[in-house]
Design a binder for this molecule. Structure first.
Ligand SMILES: Nc1ncnc2c1ncn2[C@@H]1O[C@H](COP(=O)(O)OP(=O)(O)OP(=O)(O)O)[C@@H](O)[C@H]1O
Ligand SMILES: [Mg+2]
Length: 251
C-alpha cells in the first residue's frame, strides 16, 4: 500500500478555538491509483492533501507513506521524502515570475540532488507538450500553459505520487479538459499515483475513485462510475466473452 491513514485527525488551534479539520480518517490508496477528493469548502480537502504530501503532520493517528511512518519523521526527513517521491501542482501554478519555463523545471532537481538537469527539464516540458515554449517566462504563457509548466516541474523528479489541489480551478473548460487528460496520461502511461482535489463533478468523473469529505470526515469513497465503462476498455473487455458464454450456456 502506498498511502495508509489510520484514525487520523488534524486539529488546528487559533487562540482558544480548536478547529477539527480532519476527524478519524481511515484511508488506503494503492500504487497507480487515480483519485479525486471532493467536498464543500472547509471540509478538509487541502488539510488532507498537505498531510499526504508531508507538508504537515497529523495531530493524532498514523500516516504511513510507502511503509514509513511520516508522523515520526523530522522536518529534514519529510523534506527528503517530498523532494524524492512527491510532485505538487497548485491551483495558482506557483511559478516564479522571472525564470524561463526550462529554469523553473530544473529547480526541483537541484533540491533533489539530480544531475543532467537541462536535458531532463527539456524532456519533461516535451512530455507536457511545451517543447516550443521552453524559453518563455510565465507572463508570456497562457494559464493552461503555465499549469503545464507546473506539471512538468512536478514530473521531472520522477515522483511516485502527484498531488494536485484544484489544479483546474483557475482554468476554462477546454483547458481544464487538456490538463485532466494530461494527468490521465501520466497515471496510465507512467503509473504515477495521482490524487487531485476538485470542485467540478465533470473533472472528478475522469478519475477512477472519488472520495468525498464533509466536516473533516470521509462520507463516501466509491469507484468513479464513468471510468469503468468508458475509459478503461481493458478492464471491461473480459466481460464481453463472459457474457457471451453465459448467453450461450442455455443453447
Ligand atoms: N492553518 C489553519 N489554522 C486554523 N484553521 C485552519 C487552518 N487551515 C485550515 N483551517 C480550517 O480547517 C478546515 C479545513 O480547511 P481546508 O483548507 O482543509 O478546507 P478545504 O476543503 O480545502 O476548503 P476549500 O475548498 O475552501 O479549499 C476549515 O474549517 C479551515 O478554516
Ligand atoms: Mg482547499
Amino acid at each position: 500500500m502506498m498511502i495508509r491513514l489510520r484514525h487520523l485527525s488534524k486539529i488546528y488551534r487559533s487562540g482558544d478555538v480548536f478547529v477539527p479539520a480532519l476527524q478519524n480518517v481511515d484511508l488506503d490508496i494503492d500504487y497507480g491509483e487515480f483519485v479525486a477528493i471532493v467536498g464543500a469548502s472547509g471540509s478538509g480537502k487541502s488539510t488532507l492533501m498537505n498531510i499526504i504530501g508531508c507538508l504537515d503532520r497529523p495531530t493524532r493517528g498514523v500516516y504511513e507513506l510507502e511503509g514509513h511512518d511520516v508522523g515520526r519523521m523530522n522536518d529534514i526527513q519529510r523534506a527528503k521524502v517530498r523532494s524524492r517521491r512527491i510532485g505538487f501542482v497548485f491551483q495558482s501554478f506557483n511559478l516564479l515570475s522571472r525564470p524561463s519555463a526550462l529554469s523553473q523545471v530544473e529547480l526541483p532537481m537541484i533540491y533533489a540532488g539530480m544531475g543532467d538537469r537541462r536535458r531532463r527539464a527539456a524532456h519533461a516540458l516535451a512530455e507536457v507538450g511545451l517543447s516550443d515554449r521552453m524559453h518563455h517566462k510565465p507572463s508570456q504563457l497562457s494559464g493552461g500553459q503555465q499549469q503545464r509548466v507546473a506539471i512538468a516541474r512536478a514530473l521531472v523528479t520522477d515522483p511516485a505520487l502527484i498531488l494536485a489541489d484544484e489544479p483546474t480551478g483557475a482554468l476554462d473548460t477546454k483547458t481544464t479538459g487538456d490538463i485532466v487528460g494530461l494527468f490521465e496520461r501520466l497515471n496510465r502511461e507512467h503509473g504515477i499515483t495521482v490524487i487531485f482535489v476538485t470542485h467540478e463533478p465533470e473533472v472528478a468523473e475522469h478519475t477512477r475513485r472519488t472520495i468525498t469529505l464533509r466536516d473533516g470526515r470521509i462520507i463516501s469513497d466509491v469507484p468513479t462510475a464513468r471510468s469503468t465503462v468508458v475509459q478503461f476498455p481493458g478492464t471491461v473487455a473480459p466481460a464481453a466473452p463472459a457474457a457471451q458464454a453465459a448467453g450461450e450456456a442455455p443453447a
